[in-house]
Design a protein around this ligand. Structure first.
Ligand SMILES: *Cc1c(COP(=O)(O)O)cnc(C)c1O
Length: 431
């Protein structure tokens, strides 16, 4: 299978190049040349298959042939090391919990699949692969934990000193091994600029095998389609039509759902649910795509003013607003609505939403109020304890920190403080 750039379908690269490059040379996003459909019998057999079996079949369908099956199986099994259970909330509303991985957010799936693939590519060459990642919090922890102890890889996380929460910082500064954290005296934008400069530096590119673990990487997107299949496998049968509501920022998760549908999963509708950074709901409602500077909200992992996967969504629907909006409805919600629904669902259903999942739930309920005879699933993208302060204020009582998070908090932070200087960073990388 080849991958083309959304900016130019004539630029085609192999899986290896698409994964190592991340972004196409013309700044387009990579898309698979074909999206083969899975058989009807596979879809009907879903309830009898394990999550790993489902993931392997889906992976084989889309990237089989590019790497040996035994390797693909190993990578899929490395990715699917924790469950994504469906939890009933109301008669027709289900939560798909994606926070049972090491850093308690869905980004663990993408990071682990990417690390598996890069680990495989590393075996085929003598040089170590160095993954450079700038983070404002969550991406760094998912990537660092995903690559921990993967042979042939080394991760350098750049983060702004004093600007990430203690719990986020502990998730990528306590690991050791092949993970190094650089604590930059600057902002997140400075960290991102430093990483970009590394990729443009001729000497670094010559001497080192550098790659990024950016969220636009195809290898982070593909495994996110696995859990849509696993969700359908767990739902009560014959209750279609089915809607998925996806709390969104860069729209990777939603795009992965659209891929799952294209591969044959019977999903009637997707809800693109956002906070007040409503660029895509606005596009769906008005046909106008107008990126804006991002606005800070309590669902901060979705504070995105220029959603990067929009190009992929359009590409999947031949640039047709009509076709895209046939499958996707958009809606958005304020912080007040988010806090109110967290309190309401906690009090009435005894279910704790995080601020991102709460937006997914709101979008789903709004849609199901109009479309009665349907069932819906919202994606619960992070564990509520990751946003302890916001959640506790919303529900008016305190919540426990799960053991996994507590485990990070008890460990010793290890970081290299560094001035916001490209020369110092370059020296560090070359030594
Ligand atoms: C990254 C993230 C999102 C947004 O996902 P996209 O794929 O960028 O739309 C939502 N919730 C949480 C908790 C996240 O970390």
């Amino acid at each position: 299978m080849n991958y083309y750039s959304t900016n130019n379908k004539n630029i085609k690269v192999s899986l290896r190049e698409a994964v190592v490059q991340g972004l196409a040379a013309d700044n387009g996003l990579f898309m698979p040349e074909h999206i083969p459909t899975l058989s009807k019998s596979f879809i009907t057999s879903l309830p009898r298959l394990s999550f790993q079996e489902i993931a392997f079949s889906v992976a084989k369908n889309i990237i089989g042939g590019d790497i040996p099956e035994t390797e693909l199986k190993r990578i899929v099994d490395h990715t699917i090391q924790f469950d994504a259970p469906i939890i009933p909330i109301e008669e027709n509303i289900f939560s798909l919990e994606l926070f049972h991985g090491p850093t308690l957010a869905f980004k663990d799936f993408g990071a682990r699949f990417l690390s598996g693939l890069l680990g495989y590519f590393a075996q085929q060459q003598s040089r170590e692969i160095i993954i450079l990642v700038a983070t404002s919090g969550d991406t760094g922890s998912a990537v660092a934990n995903g690559f921990l102890n993967v042979p042939g890889t080394r991760v350098i996380v750049l983060y702004p000193s004093g600007k990430v929460s203690e719990i986020q910082e502990k998730q990528f500064t306590t690991l050791g091994g092949n993970i190094t954290a650089l604590e930059i005296d600057g902002t997140f934008d400075d960290c991102q600029r430093l990483v970009k400069q590394c990729f443009m530096d001729v000497e670094l590119k010559q001497k080192l095998f550098l790659t990024s673990a950016n969220s636009i990487n195809m290898a982070r997107l593909l495994p996110q389609s696995f859990y849509y299949f696993h969700a359908v496998a767990q739902l009560p049968s014959n209750k279609y039509p089915l809607t998925f509501s996806v709390p969104s920022g860069n729209f990777g998760n939603l795009t992965a759902g659209l891929l799952a549908k294209r591969m044959g999963l019977p999903i009637r509708k997707f809800i693109a649910a956002t906070n007040c950074n409503n660029i895509i709901p606005h596009y769906l409602n008005t046909k106008v795509f107008s990126p804006q500077p991002s606005i800070a909200t309590i669902s901060n992992a979705m504070d995105v003013g220029n959603p990067s996967n929009f190009a992929r969504m359009l590409d999947l629907y031949s640039n047709s607003h009509t076709l895209l909006s046939n499958d996707v409805d958009g809606c958005y919600f304020s912080d007040d609505e988010t806090r109110d629904v967290m309190a309401g669902v906690y009090n009435q259903k005894k279910y704790l939403l995080d601020p991102h999942g709460a937006i997914g739930y709101l979008g789903l309920r709004k849609y199901l109020n109009k479309e009665k005879e349907q069932i819906g699933v919202f994606l619960e993208t992070a564990h509520p304890a990751k946003f302890k302060d916001v959640v506790e204020i919303a529900i008016g009582s305190s919540i426990a920190i799960p053991e996994k998070l507590q485990g990070f908090l008890n460990k010793q932070k290890m970081s290299f403080p560094m001035k916001n200087s490209f020369d110092l960073l370059k020296e560090f990388l070359l030594k």
